[in-house]
Design a protein around this ligand. Structure first.
Ligand SMILES: Nc1ncnc2c1ncn2[C@@H]1O[C@H](COP(=O)(O)OP(=O)(O)OP(=O)(O)O)[C@@H](O)[C@H]1O
Ligand SMILES: [Mg+2]
Length: 286
């Protein structure tokens, strides 16, 4: 296994692939994501040790486990954000529909467009209008669209994110004027606009009230028709409500994080095979 040293984002985005990137499929297809033997370091500190996980197409996989066990690090490796952190390195493979996004044929920008991320704290551009927030990612990816196409895209993405009815009459108002829960749905709409095949969500509801949380959970359920979702959550009820698969991460006594157990959410919560999983999902630690 080779340890990949991080390169600068620039070097990755400007490198010209020697062959046409034929293995990058159309954005609308449902795609499985598979992590194979992922290890991660910050400097000499190893924080993940040979983590493998299959995340099936068109479903929700929940990543659970105590604070500091490497869930966010794992998520960042799934869309090549980890390599942007100074002194961070990794080993292993991440396969999107069977194609390793760390292969030199993949440009960083293509990987991050195909595999989007929604963060814990909603991060819309506060002074930018709601409409422009939705299409902000298109500029970054150099996608050209007519006025009509843009309007259509804005409506479709806001509808999918469950926000259209609340903002249709004020699309020109700034994104920062929305409530926290609405801002998070706006961020989901912005992620969807570049037609990702996978959406990664790192504790997307932890800054939200219960009503907004429920609204986002509904949105997640509806989105599985077109994107594969991986969500980190500390809320066990949420994991049980929204996901079909769960993976329990743990870093014991200064050891790097590993997946103790992964399987259907019913099994992980109902009859896990490892006593540490049972203790965690039943609230006995963490
Ligand atoms: N930028 C960084 N530089 C150095 N170490 C880091 C960095 N980010 C995370 N770590 C370390 O990596 C380990 C895993 O952190 P990570 O944030 O992935 O955990 P987590 O499971 O997401 O925790 P939480 O549930 O609190 O969000 C921790 O030991 C953390 O201190
Ligand atoms: Mg985290």
């Amino acid at each position: 296994m080779t340890k990949l040293e991080p390169e600068s984002a620039d070097a990755m985005t400007t490198s010209t692939p020697t062959t046409q990137l034929q293995s990058v499929p159309e954005a609308r297809d449902l795609a499985a994501l598979e992590a194979r033997s992922i290890s991660a370091w910050f400097g000499d500190h190893k924080v993940l040790d040979r983590v493998s996980l299959f995340m099936p197409a068109g479903s929700v996989t929940a990543l659970i486990g105590p604070s500091g066990c490497g869930k966010s690090t794992f998520l960042r490796i799934l869309n090549r954000m980890h390599e942007l952190i100074p002194h961070a390195s990794l080993a292993g493979e991440v396969l999107l529909s069977g194609s390793d996004i760390y292969d030199t044929r993949w440009k960083l920008t293509d990987a991050r467009r195909a595999i989007g991320m929604v963060f814990q704290k909603p991060n819309p551009f506060p002074a930018m209008s709601i409409a422009d927030n939705v299409t902000a990612g298109l500029k970054l990816t150099g996608t050209k669209a007519s006025r009509e196409e843009r309007d259509d895209l804005i409506e479709r993405c806001l509808t999918k994110a469950g926000l259209w009815n609340e903002v249709r009459d004020r699309l020109r108002q700034p994104g920062g004027a929305l409530s926290g829960g609405q801002q998070q749905r706006l961020c989901i709409a912005r992620s969807l606009a570049v037609r990702p095949r996978v959406l990664l969500m790192d504790e997307p509801c932890s800054a939200l009230d219960p009503t907004s949380t429920r609204r986002i959970e509904q949105t997640i359920a509806e989105l599985t028709r077109e994107v594969t979702i991986v969500i980190v959550t500390h809320n066990m009820q949420q994991a049980a409500r929204v996901s079909q698969q769960s993976a329990f991460f743990l870093a014991e006594q200064g050891s790097p994080g590993v997946i103790v157990e992964a399987g259907t959410t019913g099994t992980i919560f109902g009859s896990p095979s490892d006593s540490r999983t049972a203790d965690y999902v039943n609230g006995r630690f963490g």
